[in-house]
Design a protein around this ligand. Structure first.
Ligand SMILES: Cc1ncc(COP(=O)(O)O)c(C=O)c1O
Length: 356
């Protein structure tokens, strides 16, 4: 089977030995603290370190058992009854699910190659002020696009004007393989942006280590929510990650990941271009995915069973859209878990099943 489903990292990138050493050292030095109940917002040394890294105060940071959980909690604390959540279209399928599950009115705004369509966003804003706008501004899941600086600035301006919170979800931000970084949305409106991130793509997803930083009152409400839900997040993994970060190897590891994934992205773009020249896709500069819109005449309904029979496991493109019909021709291709050779050898066969 060729697995093109989820955004799993290849297991050979996990710094297992270093994490063992970090976990052991932390348990030896601070075991009494990390094995005891520790109230939210999380392990203080790690909160401090993340605050320094992102240039905020320590009480502006909270740790979560994954960033998805923090996203879910934010939909609980920041959306008023009968309130509205805006998302990009397409967006991360699990974010779509969490937004819908929260009971909010959910509205999606289409993206272009440089981020959300501002005219459509403004139209939606005028109809309905959101409580939250969830955006993946860097190397979006599932499209791979990056929101331009001008669009980020305008979105921040609207967040101030219409008084809503932007959730800037950025698990891929540090995985840039070419081009130059774009300022974060939080730099344009720090009072209106909660930035979420995760060690899932930069260390290992099994750690379930996510975090968020932003306005103090939002962090306070999230902290209360965590305390009321389960007192505090899992602490020994926070101790392990803290100790690992202290060694200074995180940056080195990031550089290794960038060099590892860059040729995989290039191979995937080349294979799509050569095999389906009429497909439409952005040229991502980082992250995990390329979002491909297949030519007219293709549909997920037909492709999924045909692909499965031919040995390709795909994710249903319709899940990335609030209206599943919009995703009939949408194919998300994750590239990090296959070598460039595997991509060139195995992926073209999938395109033989596609109407050109
Ligand atoms: C945009 C985005 N946010 C969040 C996550 C999940 O992160 P975590 O493992 O921290 O829940 C993913 C994982 O694929 C993602 O693509």
């Amino acid at each position: 089977m060729v697995n093109l489903t989820r955004g799993n990292p290849p297991t050979d990138v996990f710094p297992t030995e270093e994490l063992i050493a970090a976990g052991t050292a932390n348990l030896r030095e601070d075991g009494k603290r990390v094995l005891q109940y520790l109230h939210a917002p999380g392990y203080p040394p790690l909160l401090e370190l993340l605050a320094q890294k992102h240039g905020v105060e320590t009480d502006q940071v909270i740790l979560g058992n994954s960033s998805l959980e923090l996203l879910m909690f934010t939909t609980m604390t920041e959306v008023k009854p009968g309130g509205t959540i805006f998302l990009e279209s397409p967006s991360y399928d699990r974010a779509n699910t969490l937004a819908k599950r929260s009971g909010a009115n959910v509205v999606s705004v289409p993206v272009e190659t440089d981020g959300v369509d501002l005219n459509k966003f403004e139209e939606a804003l005028k109809k309905n002020r959101p409580d939250l706008f969830y955006i993946i501004a860097d190397f979006q899941n599932p499209m791979g696009i990056t929101t331009s600086a001008a669009k980020r600035e305008q979105l921040a301006k609207w967040a101030r004007e219409y008084d809503f919170l932007i959730i800037e979800d950025s698990p891929y931000r540090e995985l840039r393989y070419s081009g130059t970084p774009v300022p974060q949305i939080n730099s344009f409106a720090p009072e209106h942006v909660l930035t979420t991130s995760s060690f899932s793509k930069t260390l290992a997803p099994g750690l379930r280590m996510g975090y968020a930083y932003g306005p103090k009152e939002v962090i306070k409400r999230l902290t209360r929510y965590e305390v009321d839900t389960y007192i505090g997040t899992v602490t020994p993994t926070q101790g392990m990650v803290y100790e690992y970060l202290k060694t200074g190897r995180f940056e080195q590891n990031l550089e290794k990941l960038r060099n590892y994934y860059r040729p995989r992205l290039e191979a995937m773009m080349e294979v799509v271009e050569q095999n389906v020249p009429t497909a439409v896709f952005p040229r991502p500069e980082g992250g995990y995915f390329i979002g491909v819109t297949l030519p007219e005449g293709n549909s997920m309904e037909e492709l999924l069973p045909k692909a499965a029979a031919a040995g390709y496991k795909l994710t249903d493109g319709r899940g990335y859209y609030l209206d599943p019909a919009d995703g009939e021709r949408f194919l998300r291709l994750p590239f990090p878990a296959m070598t460039p050779e595997e991509i060139r050898r195995d992926v073209p066969g999938l395109f033989e099943l596609i109407k050109k």
